[in-house]
Ligand binder design. Structure first.
Ligand code: P53
Length: 473
């Protein structure tokens, strides 16, 4: 056995990191449009109130790689690699510029019609994220983001609009990108601006509950719009390991994993898991639910489990050991002495992907879809104009080997969409230098560069992987 013959090979991007054209054709601002790049971005993500009141020199989402105007050329390149599926997201603020309108913006809808038609021309399936870190800014400023239950209605109206509009074009839908990001970067995940004098856990879990209800309601509507739709949840995954074999570390790692899975438990099994009451007690959270919420969650679970995987993580119960945690990324972790790390400190652990897949399948017994994986690294153009991104190739090869093993173990896997298949702006740092693509885009951290697209060595490698259905790696 190996990769199934209908395995969906492809790649993924997100609207706000690629499209640019941030005000074209009536698009409203979304929360990422006020985020700068580099160190300022990392600060802004943790102190969004400050970011709202600051004018920065440069906002990478405003032009990004101008996918909005380059998509025919870009999709053609993806088709040349043989893509069977393409994952991107729809920008909510293109469809509803402020977020609370009743009538959608036709120009925004038309853009995605054209983009999807371009993909369908090459027989690519579409995997569409309904909301990827880009809540309309108006909803953040005037409603407090997802802390407000009204967001459920706005999101549902948006979701129903696009589900209906693209019902003959899109088959696979993800309701929210990395839904557990609410706990780690709540501004990204939920448009939350947390005040110092409020209980952060209370706000985050309440906002997450609103998203979970919204996700289920979107699925409910979707099933009536087109019964052939397939819906997935989306977890920022990566198994958390114990730092030492000390039982207290093993227990802590297990509990931290559970805290991430909690959201997926709701989306996949339809109920808050058994440890919820205790967890909320410990965190002093009082979840307010409306009548009917439980039934909505129960009746509208997902069809498949999708997730991003970049790295495993390490934790310990010993506070002294924990002092050495890194906090530079969305997830804090200890350094694993057995692993190498990328230039951005993300620890490279292909076996961890198989371990993560085992955990997810064990827990949910639904097909898995790896919708993000890849290496963010600097690339340089040689004198002869080529880009030899060997590190990226070996990263992906090693991860594909583990996916194949997991499939051979018996786990059903729908597909693999590598992250940033064409170079885009980094979500975490706003840099262009942190590249994931098979296709190089000539733009730099300040927005300079010609925008020219160049095939990297990995382009030809992945083309062979797809052509051989994963035999060649
Ligand atoms: P960048 C942090 C940790 C894990 C996943 O991230 C994350 C993040 C946010 O930075 O997000 C996902 O671009 C996300 C993508 C993002 C990708 O990981 O910071 O879904 O939008 O680009 C990689 O290197």
């Amino acid at each position: 056995m190996s990769f199934p013959s209908d395995f969906l090979w492809g790649g993924a991007i997100a609207a706000n990191q690629s499209e640019g054209a941030y005000q074209s054709d009536n698009k409203g601002l979304s929360l990422v449009d006020i985020l700068p790049s580099g160190q300022h971005r990392i600060e802004a993500l943790h102190h969004p109130r400050k970011a709202l009141n600051t004018t920065y020199d440069y906002y990478p989402s405003h032009e990004a790689i101008d996918f909005y105007h380059h998509y025919p050329e870009d999709i053609k390149l993806l088709a040349e690699m043989g893509f069977k599926v393409f994952r991107t997201s729809i920008s909510w603020a293109r469809i509803f510029p402020k977020g609370d309108e009743t009538t959608p913006n036709e120009e925004g809808l038309r853009f995605y019609d054209q983009l999807f038609d371009e993909c369908l021309k090459y027989n690519m399936e579409l995997l569409i994220t309904i909301n990827h870190f880009d809540t309309p800014l108006y909803l953040v400023e005037h409603y407090g983001g997802w802390r407000n239950r009204k967001l459920i209605d706005f999101y549902l109206h948006y979701a129903e609009t696009i589900l209906e509009r693209y019902k003959h074009k899109v088959k696979y839908w993800l309701t929210f990108n990395e839904i557990n990001m609410m706990l780690h970067l709540p501004f990204f995940g939920g448009g939350l601006i947390l005040e110092e004098d409020e209980d952060h856990n209370q706000v985050k879990y309440q906002a997450a509950h609103h998203q979970l209800v919204a996700s289920s309601l979107a699925i409910q509507s979707g099933r009536t719009i087109n019964p052939d739709f397939e819906f997935g949840c989306m977890l920022a995954a990566g198994e958390i390991y114990p730092y030492r074999p000390h039982p207290s570390d093993v227990l802590k790692a297990q509990q931290e994993n559970y805290e991430q899975y909690m959201f997926i438990d709701v989306q996949a099994k339809g109920v808050y898991p058994w440890f919820t009451e205790r967890l909320f007690q410990d965190k002093n959270v009082q979840l307010s639910m409306e009548k009917g919420d439980e039934q909505i969650l129960q009746e509208n679970t997902v069809d498949f489990i999708s997730f991003s995987y970049y790295s495993s993580r390490l934790t310990s119960a010993d506070p002294e050991i924990l002092q050495n945690e890194t906090h530079g990324n969305a997830f804090s972790t200890l350094k694993n002495p057995h692993l190498n790390a990328s230039e951005w400190g993300w620890q490279i652990d292909p076996t961890g992907l198989r371990i993560t897949m085992n955990s997810l399948y064990d827990r949910y017994e639904k097909p898995l879809f790896i919708v993000e994986n890849g290496l963010g690294a600097k690339d340089s153009i040689n004198e002869n104009g080529t880009i030899e991104d060997n590190e990226r190739i070996s990263y992906m090869r090693d991860h594909l080997v583990q996916i194949e093993k997991a499939i051979n173990d018996g786990i059903p896997v729908i597909g693999y969409t590598s992250w940033g298949c064409i170079d885009i702006v980094s979500a975490g740092t706003g840099e262009m230098k942190k590249r994931y693509g098979f296709i190089y885009v000539d733009r730099d951290n300040q927005g300079g560069g010609s925008g020219q697209r160049i095939r990297k060595k990995s382009f030809y490698w992945y083309q062979e992987v797809i052509r051989s259905n994963g035999e060649f790696k």
